[in-house]
Design a protein around this ligand. Sequence first.
Ligand SMILES: [Zn+2]
Length: 191
Amino acid sequence: MIECFNSLILAARNKTVITMLEEIRVKMMKRVGQMREFCDSWIHDFSPIALKVLTEHTARSMKCSIEWNSDIGYEVLEGYFRHVVDLPRQTCSCRAWMLKGIPCPHAIVARHHKRLNLMDYISQWYSRDTYMNTYSYFIQPVLNLKMWPTSTNPTIIPPEVRKMPGRPKTARRKEASEPKKQENSLKGGLK
Ligand SMILES: [Zn+2]
């Protein structure tokens, strides 16, 4: 399972600067390899998430009906909504196709009507080649801190520590007449 970046650096974030950067560098060095291994596990030339979305859209497309204007325009009815699809421009009035780069249910119906290959209409951003290009640069290993050359530059002195004024209390001061615990009115209201 590949962690998201924020959870990946969570443990390193509270450490001193060099230790933090070193931990992040090692994690990123390993991550490039993990992401490439993940891509090797794909059974198709497009990402599994893109194909999952496409499968869901295909299921929805089966409930749509279509009218063709004998040119390039299609009217696709899904429930109460009628959408207009333009295959050459790769647009649909629902806008999901332009937004995601994955054919929406209406475009899938139009594509099926024309007997076109659905995979030709998925954005190349989801392709295996694009993914592998993203992770084609490797972070090179480096010696550890003890083996780094000693700097001859003047030492940087940390700023003088000043006592900061305390934070104001966030809890509201209750009146003496108020009950100590708040009534759980929300729970009662949801019943
Ligand atoms: Zn659409």
